[in-house]
Write a protein that binds this ligand. Structure first.
Ligand SMILES: [Zn+2]
Length: 447
């Protein structure tokens, strides 16, 4: 079956916005792309407004969505927020996690995300007892993404210790396989995940240098190298992590990752907030991706990382919504530039095109979806259409700057992911009701 779309205006993945684009879609991919078609051809689906490629949400913990609005009452710190997150984690089982993740991934789809990198560490049952299928929680996430119609890179996360030299305790036991070796043997059983489709990638993650001892970081890195899989790791989100790493190992977390073979083009470091000049050079020199999550970083009071210096040194930028305090790719994009303005008292660090590139092609490539994130022949057929006459976008020129500096997720009116229509403006109420039901149920049930 061939579907035809006419795009009133579109950004195809580089250059400027073009007018009148006809695309045909076969087997979930673009078969033809033709610009300069003034009138919508007969039989084509007409997409008015500005259409951009699908965006990649490169850092997600789906269950954190249930904390939105519930962690803001007391003043708190990153660490008190973490206590609330642990209380929530203890309430989830595979069925509950499927329901929650499906609702969250539908919210993402409606916001224009067509791929998610799920940094997944909630592996086991209460007390750390494995489920009958030790990968039941991973499978729930993959099934949820497929149901919502977005691609997923399951970043199965190694998490062993509470802090450097301290055993996992309390709910953290649900995160821990005990060792990187045990983590690897569980993950090996996941290799069938992708199945026949190309909508699932299996990747690896090291939770952080706090949660994985140095020799075991090396083991996870070796696993990722052997499988040529994406490798993600939380890096220097908090000054306390740097202090602990310096005290234990006499080096920064970045240097520890470099020395254990964990950096490189298949690797993404998440946050990269508190870095030395040497750290920036190491990350850039190895071509490691840096995933910024500005709406979460500001929610948690993490700080502002050196996004532009990382980019200049060779570390490509990607974006994620992490804790899902906000799920809005446009807000993440502009926050990178606006945070730099606040930090430097200067404007104009990142262009709209650079930020869109981070959110689309660079983000998808970092998740192992090479070639996705552009409207081009052979690429997965993702189309995210923005209303350019909403109260937010009207009068802004329907340009790249409209998308990056004016639009919000609420302006997304039509989303195609892999050739399938996964969200329209008409789905908003139902997506909201679904989230409401599943999150309320999660907090109401006895723990
Ligand atoms: Zn995270």
């Amino acid at each position: 079956v061939t579907e035809t779309y006419w795009l009133e205006r579109a950004w195809l993945g580089d250059g400027d916005v073009v007018h009148g684009v006809v695309v045909t879609v076969e087997d979930g991919r673009f078969a033809t792309v033709e610009a300069g078609v003034v009138e919508s051809p007969a039989g084509a689906h007409r997409l008015a407004g500005l259409t951009v490629p699908g965006m990649a949400n490169c850092h997600s913990h789906a269950f954190h969505r249930a904390l939105r609005g519930r962690t803001q009452r007391e003043r708190g710190t990153f660490w008190t927020w973490r206590e609330q997150m642990y209380a929530l984690a203890d309430r989830l089982d595979p069925d509950g996690y499927f329901d929650l993740a499906r609702a969250v991934y539908r919210e993402m789809a409606a916001a224009g995300f067509t791929a998610v990198g799920e940094f997944h560490y909630l592996h086991h049952g209460p007390g750390g007892t494995p489920y009958d299928d030790p990968n039941a929680m991973s499978q729930a996430l993959v099934d949820a993404a497929r149901d919502a119609g977005i691609r997923i890179t399951l970043l199965d996360t190694c998490y062993v210790t509470a802090g450097i030299g301290a055993p996992a305790e309390g709910v953290q036991r649900r995160f821990s396989d005990g060792s990187a070796e045990a983590w690897a043997s569980r993950v090996e059983r996941l290799e069938h995940l992708g199945g026949a489709g190309d909508d699932v990638v299996l990747g690896a993650a090291v939770h952080s240098v706090r949660a994985v001892p140095r020799d075991q970081v090396a083991q996870v890195a070796a696993w990722a190298e052997h499988h040529q899989a994406p490798l993600h790791v939380h890096l220097s989100e908090q000054v306390a992590e740097n202090d602990a790493c310096l005290a234990a190992y006499g080096m920064t977390p970045t240097r520890l990752l470099a020395e254990t073979g964990a950096l490189g083009r298949r690797t993404t470091v998440v946050h990269a907030t508190h870095l030395t000049d040497g750290d920036v050079e190491r990350l850039g020199g190895t071509g490691t991706h840096a995933c910024f999550c500005p709406t979460t970083e500001r929610d948690l009071g993490d700080g502002i990382g050196p996004s532009r210096r990382l980019h200049e040194s060779g570390a490509p930028l990607t974006l994620g919504s992490d804790s899902h305090a906000v799920v809005d790719p446009f807000e993440e994009m502009r926050a990178v530039e606006l945070d730099e303005r606040l930090a430097t008292q200067q404007r104009g660090h990142w262009s709209a095109e650079e930020l869109l590139t981070s959110a689309t092609t660079t983000g998808h490539a970092s998740l192992g979806f090479e070639g996705a994130g552009r409207i081009a022949v052979g690429a997965p057929a993702d189309l995210v259409t923005l209303d350019t006459s909403s109260p937010r976008t009207a009068g802004t020129g329907a340009s790249l700057e409209t998308a990056v500096f004016a639009a919000t997720a609420a302006d997304v009116v039509h989303v195609v992911s892999g050739g399938r229509v996964v969200a329209t403006a008409g789905d908003r109420d139902e997506i909201g009701r679904g989230l409401d039901t599943v999150v309320n149920r999660l907090w109401k049930d006895p723990a």
